[in-house]
Ligand binder design. Structure first.
Ligand code: PEP
Ligand code: MN
Length: 264
């Protein structure tokens, strides 16, 4: 019987990402919302690698609210990620939406992302968990912390304890920003849950200028890392352009994060 993660007495789960261990150093997950084409992905990977970003992220399969919006390059996107992984020797993370894509992604993707819309898809959680790779479990946008932890338990209970919780904002009465980034949850989980937690200030705010302050606030709240949508030319991004930052802003965030990390 696997213990509940909310049990304070359990030791922290240490997940190794590249050369770092989550919880010991801040880990950066960065890259575009969607994989767009090989050339752009090469430029992005080149800059991110040079900056010391730990994980390159990019969506091949995109869960879009409108069925008419860009749905991602799908298999072609996975192929691009596979080429980039070989060329740049980077740790790759991408979202899996569908059971049918798990096998294809298994050889290419190092860290599987479960998106906010699929946090309640327990069959998908179990099947993805069976790969034995780290899983980023994004919080459902209307999920309570307790429901989120229970979703994580579906992965833990099949024997995979490499779950990274990602606070990406919840839907509230507030409409000024795309979501309300719930940093209470981050401070709470830091004290009450043995799983690492990262913050996604891109979806959490939906506003480019708010990404840096909320990224730093996330670290102060106790996050173990940041997941940030970043592009060489954010205005041209195929999806979530309004919340995507450029390389210079990411560089500033990384510098400021290392300055404040020791304060947390
Ligand atoms: C994403 O990370 O690109 C994404 C779609 O996130 P979320 O599931 O949090 O909306
Ligand atoms: Mn996005």
């Amino acid at each position: 019987m696997i213990q509940k993660t909310m049990d304070l007495s359990l030791g922290k789960v240490k997940i190794k990402i590249g050369n770092k261990t989550l919880m010991e150093d801040p880990v950066f997950f960065a890259g575009p919302c969607s994989v767009e084409n090989l050339d752009t992905m090469r430029k992005i990977a080149c800059d991110l690698k040079e900056m010391g970003v730990d994980v390159l992220r990019g969506g091949a399969f995109k869960p879009r609210t409108s069925p008419y919006a860009f749905q991602g390059l799908k298999d072609e996107g996975l192929e691009i990620l596979s080429i980039i992984k070989k060329e740049f020797d980077m740790v790759i993370s991408t979202e899996i939406l569908d059971l049918r894509d798990i096998e294809k992604a298994a050889d290419i993707v190092d860290i599987i992302q479960i998106g906010s819309r699929n946090m309640y898809n327990y069959v998908l959680l179990e099947e993805v968990g069976k790969l034995g790779k780290p899983v980023i479990l994004k919080r459902g946008f209307s999920a309570t912390v307790n429901e989120w932890i229970n979703a994580a338990e579906y992965i833990l209970n099949i024997g995979n304890d490499q779950v990274i919780l990602c606070e990406r904002g919840i839907r509230t009465f507030e409409t000024t920003t795309r979501n309300t980034l719930d940093l209470n949850s981050v401070a709470y989980l830091d004290r009450n849950c043995r799983l690492p937690v990262i913050v996604d200030p891109s979806h959490g705010t939906g506003v480019r200028e708010l990404v840096k302050p909320m990224a730093l606030a996330g670290i102060m709240a106790g996050a173990d890392g940041l997941l940030i949508e970043t592009h060489v030319d954010p205005d041209s991004a195929c999806s979530d352009s309004q919340q995507t930052i450029n390389m210079d802003t990411l560089r500033e965030i990384m510098k400021n994060t290392s300055e404040i990390w020791r304060l947390t």
